[in-house]
Design a protein around this ligand. Structure first.
Ligand code: PMP
Ligand code: GLN
Length: 458
């Protein structure tokens, strides 16, 4: 197991190896090479700040999907075409006679895009947002989160993370040398159907987490994976603690347009005293159903955004010009019809609510217990009632939601995501009875999923 790989055995070694007389010199040489090899590998291991990192649930489950080709309701992405005006804009830009559209653009964000975002968010948050100093365009929302954490969290700073959480929050905080402090949303016990509003934080527990070392809290509303849309009172409680302890709020609002029923998306930066301490994150991938375009943004006061700019300028530097231009054109179009029913930000949630209800029904019919989401495009379902029907012993993972989702992928041809991936080590058990499914999928694919589960039940 620990022998030298063949490619490291030199010609001389092989010759020596064949000669009996020289057997000892051969072994000595091999030992020397092996020592050199292990010293080299030790030196090239992960640096301390990344030690303990494992491949993310996405890398593992995308590989699983490639191998077993299940109906994929796991990773969150739409399987239908995005609105044609954004893809037409991109095609038009590709053929433009303006050569500059194919070259580097302004590092902190293509001017037409930051201007469009400034118009939109100035209106939504009720204050003038400076397009040049208060908005940063990033490589997806991921990079906004990363630049916010790297640009603010220092070694030893504490960062409050609400579980379940979008899985990159924890490694990002650790990479910055910060200390994640977790608090879990917990569902109220109920015999009837529960909604994402039934998943709540314990106020006293939250209060206890704040202290002098707390630098930041990461909020996600509408929430992935629960679909919770935090209510004004809940946000006010978080805001009061942020003000009391002088804490930053990193608010991940990538699902801001996907809100259902009576739920209302409230931007925490609009609460009193919160603008100056909040960085809000958005994503073109979610907004225009183009997750592969990987354009995101962060907005907030210039004093905070400048710290993100420092991280961005020395890592990503600038994002693709044609994609930023196409997203800008998309926003310009929507800005003209923001209050009209044909606005994509209104028509998308209308289409999604039908899919949500369809999924909730077929999951319940199959014996799973869904949490009805008020926002986003994921649904959590408790599968524990089915536990006695299946033998998961073929799967060797530590957490039973991993065993369940892998078993389902391989035996039923249906893929979901194990929610324990969205908890810190101490609380992974809280996610084990659940599976996360994505419902921004074609009706025919949702029907196939319903059929698969129905066949299984019968
Ligand atoms: N935050 C949340 C809550 C998400 O679900 C995602 C999904 N990708 C992201 C951030 C990252 O978005 P993007 O694809 O724009 O990087
Ligand atoms: N946000 C999407 C999800 O939660 C995609 C995440 C990813 O692929 N890294 O499924």
């Amino acid at each position: 197991m620990f022998s030298l790989p063949a490619r490291l055995l030199c010609q001389q070694t092989r010759q020596l190896h064949s000669s009996r007389q020289n057997i000892f010199s051969c072994l000595a040489l091999q030992l020397h090479q092996y020592e050199q090899y292990t010293t080299t590998m030790e030196k090239f291991g992960l640096p301390k700040r990344l030690q303990g990192s494992k491949p993310s649930v996405w890398n593992e489950y995308i590989a699983l999907a490639m191998q077993y080709k299940p109906l994929n309701l796991g990773q969150g992405f739409p399987d239908e075409l995005p609105p044609s005006y954004v893809t037409d804009a991109l095609a038009d830009i590709a053929h433009s006679d303006n050569p500059l559209l194919q070259q580097y653009t302004r590092g902190y964000g293509h001017v037409p895009l930051v201007q469009a975002l400034s118009k939109l968010y100035s209106k939504l948050v009720g204050r003038d947002i400076n397009p040049l100093s208060e908005i940063l365009i990033t490589s997806g929302a991921y990079e906004s989160l990363y630049s916010s954490v790297m640009g603010h969290v220092d070694v030893g700073d504490e960062v409050i993370i609400i579980e379940p959480f979008f899985d990159c929050y924890e490694p990002m905080v650790k990479m910055a040398g910060g200390i994640p402090r977790f608090i879990a949303l917990k569902p109220k016990i109920s015999n009837t159907t529960i909604t994402s509003a039934d998943w709540v934080l314990n106020d006293a527990e939250l209060e206890q987490l704040f202290n002098d070392k707390t630098k930041m809290i990461i909020l996600n509303t509408p929430h992935n994976p629960i679909g919770k849309v935090f209510k004004r009172e809940e946000l006010e409680r978080i805001a009061a603690l942020c003000r009391k302890w002088n804490v930053l709020c990193l608010s991940d609002e990538v699902y801001e347009w996907m809100v259902y029923d009576d739920a209302q998306h409230i931007r925490i930066c609009t609460l009193p005293g919160m603008w100056e301490r909040t960085i809000t994150v958005g994503s073109a991938g979610k907004t225009f159903s183009v997750t592969g375009w990987k354009i995101g943004w962060a907005y907030g006061p210039a004093a905070l955004i400048t710290n993100l700019q420092m991280v961005h300028q020395n890592s990503v530097y600038t994002c693709p010009t044609p994609i930023q231009e196409a997203v800008a054109r998309g926003f310009e179009l929507e800005l003209k019809r923001l209050d009209a029913p044909e606005c994509y930000f209104t028509s998308l949630p209308k289409a999604l609510i039908v899919k949500r209800d369809f999924m909730a029904k077929f999951l319940a019919d199959a014996g799973l217990k869904p949490t009805i989401p008020e926002g986003g495009y994921f649904m959590l379902a408790d599968w524990s009632a089915l536990g006695s029907k299946i033998d998961l012993s073929s799967e060797k993972d530590e957490y039973c939601d991993y065993r369940f989702t892998k078993w389902m992928t391989k035996n039923m041809g249906l893929q979901g995501i194990p929610p324990s991936a969205f908890y810190g080590d101490a609380h992974k058990n809280l996610g084990e009875n659940f599976v996360r499914y994505c419902f921004i999928k074609k009706q025919e694919n949702l029907e196939k999923a319903a059929e698969l589960l129905k066949k299984w039940k019968s």
